[in-house]
Design a binder for this molecule. Structure first.
Ligand SMILES: [Zn+2]
Ligand SMILES: [Zn+2]
Length: 123
């Protein structure tokens, strides 16, 4: 990845602090954060059993305005909810990366944690 597909800002590598337990314990969550608009593209291969598009967490899907910064492909803008958690993200399903706005990562983690069994079973 080079530049942010949203604003053209420079992307820097970061590791998302992963202090949760259970399935995430010890996971190294890789991400790239834009130094300009602060959006983080998080690699979900370690935090979600599968791509989030098409799961029962999905409440609303529309095409995102900007392409995937990694493959240049189309990105889905998703509203996900489970239990009392909900979050809006953008996902490139083939790359398994999601764009998360600053401060939304904890909500995403809570949601994925709450829905983990459902995601694993593929319901
Ligand atoms: Zn940006
Ligand atoms: Zn992609």
């Amino acid at each position: 990845m080079t530049d942010c597909s949203r604003c053209g800002g420079a992307m820097v590598d970061m590791v998302v602090p992963e202090d949760g337990g259970g399935a995430y314990r010890g996971a190294q969550i890789r991400a790239q954060r834009c130094t300009q608009c602060a959006v983080a593209w998080v690699d979900t291969t370690r935090i979600a059993p599968r791509a989030l598009v098409g799961t029962m967490l999905e409440r609303k899907r529309e095409p995102a305005a900007k392409p995937c910064p990694r493959c240049g492909g189309r990105v889905a803008k998703l509203t996900l909810s489970w239990d009392t958690y909900w979050v809006q993200i953008e996902e490139c399903a083939p790359c398994r990366i999601v764009a998360v706005d600053p401060g939304e990562y904890p909500e995403l983690r809570m949601l994925l944690g709450a829905a983990h069994d459902v995601l694993v079973s593929g319901a």
